[in-house]
Structures are given as C-alpha cells and as structure tokens.
Unconditional design. Structure first.
Length: 269
C-alpha cells in the first residue's frame, strides 16, 4: 500500500474526479463518458469493491484516513487526504461520511442476458429522478427481484445520489438498458415474460390476484416516472394493467414506495 498523500491545493489535478459533485448536469456528462462514478461512505465503497468495480482513488478527511486506508490498499489505489474545508470546496458539499472513492465503471450486460436468466424483472420507463432510481433498486434487491431493465431516458443508477440512496444495492442487482423503439418491450414478452403495467387506473386489476395467477411464471413489472406514470405506448404494450388497492382517498404512492409494494406482491406469490 502506498502512503496517503496529503493535498492542500483545491486545483490539484489529482482531485479532478471529485470536482463539482453537486453539478448534476456536469456529472451526468462527465461520469459515463469518462467511465467513472462516485461511491460515498465505507459501506457503499466496500460493496462496490465486493461487486468487482475497480477503484481509481479515494478521497478522505483526516479523521477517516486510518479507518479507510486499508480499503484503498487492498485495491492498490492512491489515497488523497484533505481537510474538510478543502473537500467541500472541491466537491461542492460537506462530505458527511468522510470518504469518497472514484470507481471505474464496468460494461453493462445486454438485456438478453437478464431476460435469459431472470424470472422477476422490473422495467423502468423514464424514471429520471436519481433518488427514485436508488430507492427502486434498493427495494428490488431487498425483495428478491432478479434484475432491472431501464429505458434510455432513465437516470443513471451509478450517479452518486442513486448509489447513496440505494445503500449500494445498485451493485448487487444486474441491470441493462433497453434500446429505443417499439420492439424493446416485444423482446421482453418474446422471452416468455408477462408484462404487468403498474398504474392507478381504476380499470387495472388488483396486483395480488394477478401475482397469484403468475406464481412460478416469468413476470416483468413496468413502472413509470413520478407523476406522469407509464406512457400510453407502454400501457398499450402491457399484457395486464395492475394496481395497488388504496384506502382513505389516497390515489397513488411515490414510485419507489409503489415499486416496493409491487415487488413484494409478485415475489411472494
């Protein structure tokens, strides 16, 4: 293990991966193009390493340097130590967990790989909020889903906020990007999946009844963006519309909460 390097200049090029972490537009452009993402906090960093993501470097505040140094040593990555004030100047926010790691992305599997081996998949359409993406992944992993298929306009599961909200669950659940075009959902059906569209529409069936009918079968649960829900095209492509019964005049749930309820219904059947 190389010794930690103390840095006092916020313009040091070695800190380039960590600059402007709160600038969402900048990071969305930079990170996929440069093949990196950020992991924050000891638990998330460990989970990223355990999942096979290579570490580029680690940024620590002094009080975390001892506790976290062995992680970077095991990954043979440089460790940069900066004062909290400098970390905030570089990243744009107070690094509460005291540790950030710049990680290398790995190639995503093709959708066909998930379709070949999964039985319970989530299909997300235009879910472009990073917090919701992280929460959906956490629920999917916790409740036994086999993978996630994302439309091209879904948010990046490896964006720092998504990773943080998921508590690293984005590393334990395989996911792939579906291509654009009407055949994307046809391919899911042709692989033997029944497409269930989650919607609050009164014409939809109770998800519990449909899940019981599909026990042992292959199911792809389709979820849309917060507010807008699934597009008309996605609803038209579904085999069955399903809904979560509501009480006390509530008409719908946040997409992450609805996803968790629906995941439980179809994996418990």
């Amino acid at each position: 293990m190389s010794s930690p390097v103390r840095i006092t200049d916020p313009g040091d090029p070695r800190l380039g991966d960590y600059t402007g972490l709160t600038d969402v537009a900048l990071r969305r452009r930079r990170e996929p193009a440069e093949g990196l993402f950020m992991a924050e906090g000891e638990k998330v960093i460990r989970r990223a390493l355990d999942a096979g993501y290579p570490m580029r470097s680690m940024l620590l505040t002094p009080r975390w340097a001892g506790a976290m140094g062995e992680l970077a040593g095991a990954a043979a990555a440089p460790v940069y130590v900066v004062e909290e004030e400098l970390a905030e100047r570089v990243t744009g926010y107070h690094v509460h967990r005291g540790a950030l790691a710049a990680m290398e992305r790995v190639p995503l599997p093709e959708p066909g790989e998930l379709l070949a081996r999964g039985h319970r998949l989530a299909v997300l359409e235009a879910v472009n909020d990073h917090t919701n993406i992280g929460a959906v992944f956490r629920g999917a992993a916790a409740l036994g889903m086999d993978g996630v298929l994302l439309s091209p306009d879904c948010a990046d599961p490896l964006y720092r906020r998504s990773v943080k909200v998921s508590m690293g669950a984005v590393f334990s659940l395989p996911y792939a990007r579906l291509p654009r075009g009407p055949r994307a959902l046809d391919e899911v059906r042709e692989a033997g999946f029944r497409l269930l569209a989650l919607t609050p529409d009164a014409r939809a069936r109770d998800i519990r009844a449909v899940a019981a009918e599909q026990a042992g079968g292959r199911v792809a649960l389709m979820l849309g963006a917060e507010g807008a829900g699934l597009s008309a095209r996605a609803l038209a492509a579904a085999d069955t519309w399903v809904r979560i019964p509501m009480a006390h005049g509530v008409d719908s749930l946040n997409v992450a909460a609805a996803a968790a309820v629906a995941f439980f219904a179809i994996t418990a059947a």
